[in-house]
Structure formats: C-alpha cells, structure tokens
Design a protein around this ligand. Structure first.
Ligand code: NAD
Length: 480
C-alpha cells in the first residue's frame, strides 16, 4: 500500500472529499516532500457529520453489547492483518521508525479487543431499598455522540483509545484526527467500516482544528468531548465545554520526572531510560524528561545514558536499522532547537547532541543537557522532542520536591532497590501514573491519564468507559 493520493473524510458511511473540494498537503517529515493531500472539512461537512453521528447513535446504542463486541473483534483482526501496510503509511507521514509504527498498530488491535470485551461488563447496580415493595436499580447508559480530537504523535494510538472505549460503551463518534498524520487513522477507521460498522457510527473529519472544535463542542448533538494535545489548547476546550455543560476528558502535556536513587541498578536504568527517551523522537506525553539523579551516581548515570544516546541511529523511519526518525514538522524542530539554545545560554551543559541533522527533513540529534537551571524554559515547558535533562539531587526528598515543582502531573518514573523508597515515591509523587524500575505504562488494562495541568479522566483500564456512560437511577414501588 503506497501513501494515498487523497485522504478522504468518512461521513455517514461514505468516503468522500470535502464539499468545497479544499485539501491540505501532507508532508513527509523525513524529506519535506508532499506525500498526498487530506480533505479539509468545512461547516457544511461538519453539519452532515453531526446529522450522521446522531443517526449512528440511535442505531449503535440499541445494538446489543455482545454484537458490538463481535464487530469490534473483527475490526481488530483486520487491523492485525493490515498492520504492515498501515505502519508504512504511519511512518511516511509521522516519521517514527517502522518498527515503532508496527508496534503501535498491533497494540491498537489489542486495545480494541480489550475494550470490546470490557463493553460487555458495563454493569449497573441493584441497591437495597428501605421497603419491601421498592426496587432500586442504577443503569449505565451510553452518554451520546462523542467528539474526539487527537494529535499526531501516535496517529492510531491516540484515536483507538477514544474510539474503542466510545464504541464499547454504545456511543457513536466524530473523530477529528491530526492533519499532519491523516492517512493511518483513516486506515484504522477503514478496518471498522470493512468489519461492518453501521453508517454514521464512526465519522472522520480533518480541517481547521479551532473551527471544528468551535462548531462541534457547543452543538446539541455532541454529548462529550475527548481531547489529547497541549495544555494550552486543552484549557481552551475545557472552558468551551464548561460553557456548554459538556463532559470532557483531557489528556494533556507532561514533563515526566525520573528519580534515580543510588541503590538502583544504574547501568540498566540508564539504558532503559535512554531507549525510552528517544522513542518517537521524544514526542510522547509520558516521555522521561527531567532526570533527578542522586549525586553519588550522577556521573555514572549520565555517562551511560549519553553513550546510548550517541549510538542511536537517526534517519528515515522507513529505512531498515533506523531507531529514531525526524520530529513531525518544522514547528516542532524550531521549538526544540530554541528550547535547547536558551538552556545552553542560561548555563546548561550540552553533554551530547543539540543540533539539527542535515538541512532536509526535520532531524534533530538525540540530546542530553545537564545542570539546566530550574528557571530555564526547558525545565518548565514540555520539550516534546529528543532531549533529556539531567539534574543531580541530594536524595529522595529533594528529588520529590523537584518532581512535584511543576503543575504537570502525567507520567513519572523511579528507580530504587529499596521497598521503603519505592513506597515513599508512590505516596508522595503528584502524578497520574508512576512506573518504578521499569517502563510499565499504557497497556490497555491499566489507567492512563494525568492530574492538574496534565488534564483529567483516564483513557485506559475499566474506568475509561465511565467517560462514555451516564448513570441512570430508577426506583420502582410496586402498587398492590
Ligand atoms: P497543539 O496543542 O497545537 O495540537 C495538538 C493537537 O490538537 C493537534 O492535533 C491539533 O490539530 C489539535 N488542536 C489544536 N488546536 C485545537 C483546537 N482549538 N481545537 C481542537 N483541536 C486542536 O500542539 P502541537 O503544536 O501540535 O504540539 C505541541 C504540543 O502539544 C507539545 O509540546 C505537547 O505539549 C502537546 N501534545 C501533547 C500530546 C499528548 O500526547 N498529550 C500529543 C501531541 C501534542
């Protein structure tokens, strides 16, 4: 499968261009060439999508959970069968190494399976009443049509969490996927269409993000919003949701701290974290970023981490052997370069990297900075790129203070052999997720989400369905 010349909208069961015929070019971040074009929806297309998603909800919410489960499992199988072709599309548009794109596509199939099964267990409750002739029951009902806004860093991974949980709960959905990476989410949705999802249940649009959210969020048809992206945009959308009394799930930025204590297996921790840092060129919301390392092992950790960073093969993700591809677009490249330059000017030491590679494609060196002052912008704003920040700390208390200094609270990591230190980290870290001595985040069955400026709600585990369900209480007194 080569890159599609035209990525189309999917509205009311049909693949089609926008009514206006407008398109947006899709750029290959590895060479800046045009891969194809994506349809740009305008208000007329959005109104059709709204009518379709309402109709889709009427059908899907009345479809038995067992039938929804069977259809979703079939879609998951199609995703698995097509994974190699889909992954090539993803790498071409997003840049990540092909092996990462394959893993993302295959894990999407596992996630669909998991939510399909979980949708059969959206149990209500029977509540003991205060009189013998009264029955009290709470039901879980699908909330209604969903509008989902997803970013480009995991073009399928971000869509599939929202799509699967919504469908498993009986909701229909309009997905606005990222214009930078439209081709692979379209293939994900094609698998559901080919598996037989009724028209209107899944709709896919692209266009001007602010125009689309400005039209969909206030619309009466849409009952909940799920957004993944930056904290700044998340706050705007959350405010809009508040104004229109819409529920929402917000999966926003992070600045993950990594606490490494002197009793940790230093070499293994450094290798694991270096490989995790440069995955997807650091464009991961739970990417390990602020390394808070106990002083006694600081040099050893930084040396090992940097030596791994130097061996990472950077290049076109479609070329065999590439470990790290380019960042997604020119804006990202500029943003990472500026943050690194400012940090160096403010006194940080560049241990390795720190430059753009070549002048075609958005490649940036795997970078390690040490001793950046906490006032440097990079220590406060999410770098969202291949940059690790090393900082010595006197012990666990100092590490926890620094870890909790920011308003972000998404992912966090810790390395220690001490059960006592691990317990102290668990109790005191302010984040939605903490992974101790391994990278254990983002499996389908575990919670995934943040607190404070990193947003609210969870997109993993059984609780993820709650975002798409209403609780209805019915009390019934029997008349003699
Ligand atoms: P951004 O917030 O501008 O865009 C992120 C996504 O949100 C994009 O897909 C974009 O199309 C969409 N978006 C933007 N404005 C919107 C609006 N008004 N309504 C609806 N959708 C809107 O960020 P960016 O410049 O693409 O990426 C930079 C920052 O975004 C990163 O530094 C990072 O903090 C954050 N980000 C986070 C994640 C994540 O997984 N949490 C993913 C991508 C980006």
């Amino acid at each position: 499968m080569s890159y599609p010349e035209n990525v189309l909208l999917h509205i009311d069961g049909k693949w089609r261009p926008s009514a206006s015929g407008k398109t947006i070019p899709v750029i290959n971040p590895a060479n800046e060439g045009i891969l194809g074009h994506v349809a740009h929806a305008d208000v007329a297309d959005l109104d059709e999508a709204l009518a379709a998603v309402g109709k889709g909800f009427a059908i899907w919410s009345k479809t038995a959970a067992f039938d929804r489960y069977k259809l979703m499992r079939n879609a998951a199988d199609l995703v698995r069968q097509r994974a190699n072709e889909i992954a090539r599309i993803m790498t071409a548009e997003q840049g990540k190494a092909l092996v990462e794109a394959q893993m993302e596509t295959l894990s999407a199939a596992d996630l669909i399976d998991w939510f399909a099964e979980e949708g059969r267990r959206t149990y209500g409750r029977s509540i003991p009443a205060r009189a013998a002739n009264i029955g009290q029951v709470s039901y879980k009902e699908p909330i209604g049509p969903v509008a989902a806004f997803t970013p480009w860093n995991f073009p399928i991974g971000q869509v599939v969490r929202k799509l699967s949980a919504a469908l498993a709960s009986g909701c229909s959905i309009i997905v606005k996927a990222a214009e930078d990476t439209p081709g692979s989410p379209a293939e994900l949705i094609r698998a559901f269409v080919d598996a037989g999802i009724p028209a209107g249940v899944i709709n896919l649009v692209y266009g001007n993000p602010a125009q689309i959210s400005g039209h969909l969020v206030p619309h009466q048809t849409v009952r909940t919003i799920s957004f993944t992206g930056s904290t700044a945009v998340g706050k705007q959308l959350a405010a809009l949701c508040g104004q229109h009394m819409k529920r929402s799930t917000m999966e926003l930025g992070g600045h993950a701290p990594v606490i490494v204590l002197k009793d940790a297996p230093v070499q293994q921790a450094a290798e694991l974290m270096a490989r995790s840092k440069y995955r997807n060129a650091g464009q991961v919301c739970v990417s390990p970023t602020r390394f808070l390392i106990e002083e006694d092992i600081y040099d050893e950790f930084v040396d090992r981490f940097s030596s791994v960073a130097k061996t990472i093969k950077v290049g076109d993700g479609l070329v065999e052997g590439t470990v790290m591809g380019p960042v997604v677009n020119e804006r990202r490249l500029q943003s990472v370069s500026t943050l690194v330059q400012e940090a160096v000017q403010s006194g940080a030491k560049l241990v390795t990297g720190g430059k753009r590679i070549g002048n075609s494609g958005y490649f940036y060196e795997p970078t390690v900075l040490s001793n950046a002052p906490v006032s440097a912008r990079i220590m406060n704003d999410e770098p969202f790129g291949p940059v690790a920040l090393m900082m010595p700390v006197s012990g666990l208390d100092a590490a926890l203070d620094e870890a909790n200094r920011l308003d972000y609270g998404l992912g966090a990591f810790g390395f220690t052999r001490s059960a006592e230190s691990a317990a102290k980290m668990s109790r005191n870290i302010r984040s939605g997720m903490l992974s101790i001595n391994h990278f254990g985040l983002a499996l389908p069955e575990v919670p995934f989400g943040g607190i404070n400026d990193s947003g609210y709600g969870t997109e993993g585990g059984a609780d993820a369905l709650e975002a798409y369900l209403n609780t209805k209480f019915v009390t019934h007194m029997q008349i003699e």
